[in-house]
Design a binder for this molecule. Structure first.
Ligand code: SF4
Length: 186
């Protein structure tokens, strides 16, 4: 199955999570809760804006960037190469500023690979790109990753349904750059 003939929307009944939610769950469940409950701080965050600008700066001529699938997941880039039908390789690009949250970054990209697998796309790989570090890493979805990711997806549903944000005992290193810092720590 190629990108042209996949019918994403028909296969989405059980998928309702975004890549950002996967990233946040792996990073900080409290951040995930704020995000799910539509606290709008992220729009004011310089780092979020910086991430969007990075794409434009690093790949101004890439025509396959910023792809929205099924109205749910937004890919930094999606590329098909290496032949037709079964021979084609689908590459999902994810662009990041730094390697400061590599586990969360990895799960976000793994989720995109999982998402495409669930809608019937084969031969998918991920490419994590750090243009400012001049570095790229290939990511593939292994059965072990898939099991761990499914646990994370179940946890996202649990956190989303909590009546109040999960507690975090004390500020962490990532809090100083977080858009919700004011909400958490005043
Ligand atoms: S400020 Fe810290 S504890 Fe609060 S949501 Fe952000 S990362 Fe989590």
């Amino acid at each position: 199955m190629t990108l042209e003939d996949m019918t994403v929307r028909d296969s989405l009944t059980s998928l309702h999570t975004t890549g950002t939610q996967v990233h946040y769950c792996a990073l900080c469940e409290r951040k995930l809760w704020w995000h799910c409950h539509q606290m709008e701080q992220e729009h004011a965050s310089d780092r979020v804006a910086e991430g969007r600008e990075l794409q434009e700066e690093a790949y101004p001529d890439r025509s396959d960037k910023d792809i929205l699938l099924g109205g749910l997941v937004r890919l930094d880039g999606l590329e098909e190469s290496g032949g037709k039908e079964a021979e084609a390789v689908i590459t999902v690009h994810e662009t990041k500023l730094s390697r400061k949250a590599t586990r969360a970054q990895r799960f976000q990209l793994l989720y995109y690979l999982y998402f495409l697998k669930r809608v019937g796309v084969r031969n998918v790989r991920g490419l994590m790109e750090y243009p400012r570090l001049k570095r790229r890493e290939e990511i593939v979805l292994t059965p072990k990753d898939e099991a761990e990711l499914e646990g994370l997806l179940r946890r996202i549903d649990e956190v989303r349904d909590m009546p109040s944000p999960p507690e975090v005992a004390e500020p962490m290193g990532i809090c100083s750059k977080c858009a919700y810092q004011e909400l958490c720590w005043g």
